[in-house]
Design a binder for this molecule. Structure first.
Ligand code: 0WD
Length: 256
């Protein structure tokens, strides 16, 4: 029996087979969780529907987190399928491309700053708020994805690093707020993985090579590595863990 048997999980952020959310879905399915999915727009709908079918799920809901009405509608619709659920995976981030090229100030505008923070950080709290009535009182777990650029100035990560710092603070405030209801909130800070979102970051291939040569494990991580830790963190095996940022990065973050 898998260690997520009897758990229900809503997974956001599948954009392709390479998405980190795909690795998380795979691990959670293997460990016995029942899954539901969201897709950002019509272009991704069929892809997410076929991923869902692979995991025996027919709960596939639209959700663009920039739209309050879609957030409300998503959890209304989920509540019609499930009277409650246990796991919420937030694997969503976005910054306008010009904001993640060149130097930080080159692409900095009020609008780019607001968009990056809205989609990549605010959306976690907004979803937690909307999910709360369905997750409360049942040992729920919320998990998001961060990156080392939240705490170090990394070449090209720019406003996304500032938004990830906000996201990590968000994890701590949400953990504090929702803990009394039994809901845990954590983040995985993943090492670089070649996904669609990563392809937008200037010099990403160089970053992968650098990690391969220098990380303690002398390799990059895979979506399977991240998926396995996500499954553990959202299971009752991690019942005592909340408000934490867990590194799944082949040890890269320990380097000075
Ligand atoms: O190296 C990496 N790939 C790392 C990613 C290292 C550390 C952290 N992360 C984070 C990302 O910042 C993100 O928070 O992991 C999370 C998942 O990212 P991913 O798996 O690398 O990227 P991808 O497969 O592109 O999925 C992210 C998806 C979007 O895909 P695209 O590429 O189409 O923007 O986030 C979704 C979207 O499907 N997304 C949204 N979903 C709902 N509403 C929105 C939105 N407004 N915007 C983006």
């Amino acid at each position: 029996m898998g260690f997520l048997q009897g758990k229900r999980a809503l997974i956001t952020g599948i954009a392709s087979e390479r998405s980190i959310a795909t690795g998380i879905a795979e691990a959670m399915h293997r460990e016995g969780a029942e899954l539901a999915f969201t897709y950002q727009n019509d272009k991704l709908k069929t892809r997410v529907e076929s991923a869902a079918a692979e995991y025996g799920s027919n709960i596939v809901l639209p959700l663009d987190v920039s739209d309050d009405a879609q957030i409300a509608a998503c959890f209304d619709a989920l509540g019609k399928h499930w009277d409650g659920f246990d796991i919420l995976i937030h694997a969503i981030a976005f910054a306008p491309r010009e904001a993640i090229a060149g130097q930080y100030l080159d692409g900095l505008t009020r609008e780019n700053f607001a968009i990056a923070h809205d989609i990549s950080s605010y959306s976690l709290a907004a979803m937690a708020k909307a999910a709360r009535p369905l997750m409360s009182g049942r040992k729920g777990s919320i998990l998001t994805l961060s990156y080392l650029g939240a705490e170090r100035a990394l070449v090209g990560y720019n406003v996304m690093g500032v938004a990830k710092a906000s996201l990590e603070a968000n994890v701590r405030y949400l953990a504090y707020n929702l803990g009394p209801e039994g809901i845990r909130v954590n983040a995985i800070s993943a090492g670089p993985i070649k996904t669609l979102a990563a392809a937008g970051i200037a010099g990403f291939r160089k970053i992968l090579g650098h990690v391969e040569q220098n990380a303690p494990l002398r390799r990059t991580v895979t979506i399977e590595d991240v998926g396995n830790v996500a499954a553990f963190l959202c299971s009752d095996l991690a019942a005592g863990v909340t408000g934490e940022i867990t590194y799944v990065d082949a040890g890269y973050n320990i380097l000075g």
